[in-house]
Design a protein around this ligand. Structure first.
Ligand SMILES: Cc1ncc(COP(=O)(O)O)c(C=O)c1O
Length: 233
């Protein structure tokens, strides 16, 4: 997540309690212990208060906050550890992308399968995505647009963000089905759009539908939603 400074110079966090909940949902999926959510939020406040001078104030920049947990048992083998370490580090960041992103629709590799760990913010999901992302970059693309692992037909998400399409007068985003990360920015965008009266649909979206909409001139916009993946000219 990120911390920013308000106009009067006070540090603030964006929805830390929702991040705390997702951390624990993710931990549960990979047999890691849950961390008390109120203690986590309190730790974040204390850390960001200590690091307040590192919060950049220029637009599009923020203090990135990365909690992570790893096993510390002195044991080699496949079983949950009995001990873990939880660390939160911060670093000032600018916009992630200097230009609009070009996405490669992946037809060979997969990020997540139904029943897998796609919905968890687990490091392994990112490790498996590095090589396909490298190949996409070699082809001149910035990131991979992941398809479903069964038919390579349904859009899932992008390496660093959830995805939205504006087709006709509707705003569409893939429904979360257990293999897509439930983005907190995605949730905010859906809430704001519905609040403003837009016609929003969370449902399975095929890549063919997106291509057909593009060809017929109905695809008005496509955008990503994520904490890190900010684009600014
Ligand atoms: C794979 C993936 N999908 C989506 C997102 C967007 O999630 P959020 O809006 O919670 O940052 C991220 C960012 O962390 C991500 O890594």
């Amino acid at each position: 997540m990120k911390a920013s400074k308000s106009v009067d110079g006070q540090p603030f966090l964006f929805r830390p309690e929702v991040h705390a909940r997702r951390l624990n949902n993710s931990a549960r999926r990979i047999c890691m212990p849950e961390f008390p959510e109120d203690l986590f939020v309190e730790a974040l406040h204390q850390l960001v208060s200590l690091d307040r001078d590192w919060i950049p104030t220029n637009e599009g920049s923020a203090l990135y906050i990365r909690p992570f947990m790893f096993a510390t048992d002195e044991f080699i083998g496949v079983r949950p550890s009995a001990s873990y370490k939880m660390i939160i580090f911060t670093c000032p960041v600018g916009p992630y992308y200097p230009k609009p992103v070009r996405l490669w629709v992946e037809q060979k590799y997969v990020r997540a399968v139904n029943g897998g760990t796609g919905e968890a913010k687990a490091a392994g999901n990112y490790a498996g995505a590095l090589y396909p992302a490298k190949l996409a970059q070699e082809r001149g693309f910035d990131q991979v647009m992941w398809m479903d692992a069964h038919d390579f037909k349904f859009v899932q998400e992008v390496g660093t963000m959830n995805i939205f399409f504006v087709i006709g007068d509707k705003i569409l985003t893939p429904a979360t089905d257990g293999s897509i990360l439930k983005g907190i920015t995605r949730d905010c965008i859906l809430t704001i759009l519905r609040d403003k009266g837009y016609d929003v649909e969370e449902r399975p979206i095929t890549i063919d539908e997106v291509v057909a909409a593009y060809q017929s001139g109905q695809l008005k916009e496509a955008f990503g939603a994520g904490t890190a993946a900010l684009y600014r000219t």
